[in-house]
Design a protein around this ligand. Sequence first.
Ligand code: NAI
Length: 251
Amino acid sequence: MSKLTDRIALVTGAASGIGKATAIRFAEAGATLVLADRNAEALAAALAELDDPRHLSCLLDVTDEAGWAELAATIETAFGRLDVLVNNAGYGAFRSIAETTLEEWRAILAVNLDSVFLGTRAMLPLLAKSRVGGSIINMSSIRGIAGAPFAGSYCAAKGGVRLFTKAAALECAALGNGVRVNSIHPGHVLTPLTSRVHDDPEQAAKLLADTPMGRAGDPDEIAAAMLFLAGDGSRYMTGSELVVDGGSTAQ
Ligand code: NAI
């Protein structure tokens, strides 16, 4: 089992779904968590669930450049370094290209892709101070590898996350700052974000037909892969894409 003892880990979108499951896994592995989310109420509940005074929570809209600078200053003051950054917050919009407004396109790119750039830029100086080698995990999707109809903005954003990750990994290696950067690509995972789809029998059947293992993933199954990427078990991995999708993209 991977250990994150004495490591400081920042997870965005930590108030729900995969981000929350990841925070819980990391805390169980010994990490001190900084939970970030824009939903104040859910964030407070997630922090309360961890039930340990060493963890912090910070309200953050991941599309807000100034918010990232403030959060970096808070982490610098509290810990002087960061060991793990999980750029997880995001969501999709499922509409035809014809019906997608430029405003919506930009909003989807902002929350899924700008956020990863802003978070990486803001936190790199702190990750470079990690004594064990910093690890950045960027949330992509199987939709960052293979396209899907009625998901143009989401596919563009998650595909952007996939290649930004590789560019950042190579840049960190060239700089010799000890920071590894990898992306993670879940398939269909049952979370509050997707419950509406999974609750609709017709849509759920379609998704499951598309998943060779015949079921949706559990957030904790993504969190387990997050833990692997965060810890020393993956210390020779950078610029990699870890697919956790019940076989969907193997077809
Ligand atoms: P979720 O909706 O359960 O959790 C997302 C969290 O992000 C929420 O707490 C929300 O408040 C927060 N958030 C949203 N916008 C934010 C913003 N601008 N600033 C700060 N926080 C914000 O969703 P879920 O399913 O856990 O998704 C997490 C990530 O995983 C997303 O990036 C999603 O695209 C990705 N993903 C999800 C899959 C799934 O099937 N659930 C599959 C593949 C990728």
